[in-house]
Structures are given as C-alpha cells and as structure tokens.
Design a protein around this ligand. Sequence first.
Ligand code: ATP
Ligand code: MG
Length: 283
Amino acid sequence: MSVLESVLSVERPLVKLTNVYKTFHAGTVNEVRPMQGINLDIAEGSFVIVLGGNGSGKSTLLNAMAGSFSIDAGRIEMDGLDVTKWPEHRRASLIGRVFQNPFSGTAPSMSILDNFSLAAKRGKFRGLSWAHSRQLRDELRDRVGGLKMGLEDRMDSTIGSLSGGQRQALTLLMATWLKPRLLLLDEHTAALDPKSADQVIALTDEIIARERLTTLMVTHSMQQAVNLGSRIVMMHKGNLLHDFSTSQKHRLRVEDLLVRFENVRRRELLDESVAKLLRTRYI
Ligand SMILES: Nc1ncnc2c1ncn2[C@@H]1O[C@H](COP(=O)(O)OP(=O)(O)OP(=O)(O)O)[C@@H](O)[C@H]1O
Ligand SMILES: [Mg+2]
C-alpha cells in the first residue's frame, strides 16, 4: 500500500450510506418507510450500538447493508467499493451476521463439526476442507474450547441438543471465524435467558476487541448500550435521531438514554393527539 493509499484508507469510512431510502408496500395502506434518507459513516474498527423502538428501522438498516433487498434511492459503499447493486450473496464475502433466533444460521439436526463443514462447503471458509483435515479439526476444537462452554468434547453432538446460548456462541464463532470486514448483530442475545445473554455478550465483546471487527449491534438493552461499543446511534421512524460519539458515550448513563426514549414517546403522543385534533377539526 502506498503512503497516499494508507492516508486515504485511514480517512475513508469502512461503510458509507448516502441518502438511502427504502419504502415497503409503497402506495398501499400498509406502506412503511423504514429508511428516510439515511446518511451514515462507519469508521473502520468502530463498534456501533444501534438503538430505537420497535419498527424504527434498525433491522432494515442492517439488512440494507447486507443487501437483503434493493434500496429505492441512495448509495451504499463498503471498503471503498460501491456495493449498492451487489446482491446479498456477493456482499456476504465482506459480512458476518448473527440474528436474534438461535435456530437461524445453523442446521439443528447436524453436529457442531458438520455445521462448520457445511459452512465451509457453502463457501464461508473457502479453501478449507474441514472434515478431512486433522489440523483444522483441532483448531476448531480449540476455538470452541475457547468459548468455555464445555463444547469442545461435544463436537459430534447435534446443534439441536444445545442450549440457545451455546448455539448463539457457535453462530458467533462461525460468523467471525474469517474476520469479516463488517459484523452485523441483530439483537443476537434477545431470545436468551439473562445468564446466557451475559455470557454471549462477554464473548461478543472479547471477539470484537481481539479481531478489531467493525461492528453494528442492535439491542434493546440500555445497559448493553452503555457498557459496550464506541458509538451509539438511535433510530426513530426511519431516521437517525441521535448519534453519540465515543467521548459523548463515555458520559452517558442508562438514565440519560431512557430520558431520550421518553422524549421520543412524548413527542409521538403529542403528534398523535395533534393529528387527532386536526382530524376532528377538519374532517
Ligand atoms: N421485508 C420487509 N417487508 C415489509 N415490511 C418490512 C420488511 N422489513 C421491515 N419491514 C417494516 O419496516 C418497519 C421497520 O422494521 P424493522 O424490522 O427495521 O424495525 P426494527 O427497528 O428492527 O424493530 P424491532 O425492534 O421490532 O426489531 C416495520 O414497520 C416493518 O414491519
Ligand atoms: Mg429488528
């Protein structure tokens, strides 16, 4: 890399969304607009917490980055490339994802080892022939052992026989194995009991720090938002309502975030009552 290239790469965000719009069911009674001109730069190595009420557009934001649908307008750049028109499978080479449901992302009737082999065959671990390589099998066992969930001796157990927390930990391991350029976590601990959620969160934090992964993590937990990450963005009705930088985030407490949410809720109630008033007055 030349000096100029390295200077440019320091300044260039890893992910850049420019004026992104998305409407679902346009022109029908079910029309929703979860992205209303989103502009967002994500610096390389940053760990961004995404907050917002139900339906505010958090998952849609992550899905737009992953290419789960085509956007209506705007541009999405990743790693300096314009990926706006790239289909989801092409972007998958840059992205690791973990969803809320511990059942998604793995095949329950297959063993831990076979799940990793399957991921290898699907191209997630290109060039690695897992099932046949003693060395890779040992490496996998080591990494699974590193989860400290006692799974290293259960490599032949089916994924379906594991707890939700164990599954999410494995899914996280799969998603981060090849150091994705971008890691997308969509409420990946929301379906777990509190103890498992804490365990998976600790693991998440450890992997992200160790691998210096650029990450977006959606959560409804104010505690997680305050404790984790280097930046918080708060969404509301398809817009970015607040954006707290690292230094602002350091001073944030759970109560501060709750106040922001309360303000949004109040404004919404006010909007509704104004709308109602207007309806009764003019219709
Ligand atoms: N593929 C889709 N097709 C139709 N509507 C969608 C689709 N994805 C999202 N929506 C709608 O867009 C809006 C925003 O949804 P989104 O899933 O982004 O919300 P969210 O902030 O993740 O909410 P939650 O906290 O409940 O997960 C919702 O009204 C949702 O129903
Ligand atoms: Mg969601």
